[in-house]
Design a binder for this molecule. Structure first.
Ligand code: ADP
Ligand code: MG
Length: 112
């Protein structure tokens, strides 16, 4: 949700707004991607982007808590969160999680 709303905020005032979601699976991992063609992240902001209370948004709009909470949740589940961004061009955020061996598949609910 936070990655989506960040992507949406980054598109404010821009033409040809695009947000792309992806889900890929490789080597026992799934990767969720949220890509936008928004404003992007400045080089000088990149080291701070996951810090609590870091925001470039106006007061009342951003709290700077989204990515710090998101990355903590992902880490607690042995995953990782990372991003690539070019200022003026767009941003890709990724969440990578291990696929649980006990993940149930095809468990249909029996009708009474
Ligand atoms: N998709 C994105 N495009 C551009 N900047 C982003 C994007 N996602 C995050 N950011 C930058 O990271 C900062 C921190 O994001 P977040 O922790 O979610 O807090 P908030 O959304 O409240 O500002 C944002 O203020 C913004 O500067
Ligand atoms: Mg946010």
């Amino acid at each position: 949700m936070n990655l989506m709303s960040n992507a949406s905020d980054s598109l404010e005032g821009r033409d040809n707004k695009i947000i792309k979601l992806s889900l890929t699976e490789t080597l026992g991992k799934v990767r969720i991607g949220v890509t936008d063609n928004g404003i992007g992240i400045k080089e000088e902001d990149k080291p701070n982007i996951l810090e609590a209370f870091f925001t470039t948004k106006p007061v009342g709009k951003g709290t700077g808590l989204g990515l710090s909470i998101t990355s903590k949740l992902v880490k607690e589940n042995d995953g990782r969160l990372f991003f690539e961004s070019v200022y003026g061009k767009g941003t890709c955020f990724y969440i990578e999680l291990l696929i649980s061996k006990s993940m149930p598949t095809g468990e249909f609910i029996e009708s009474a």
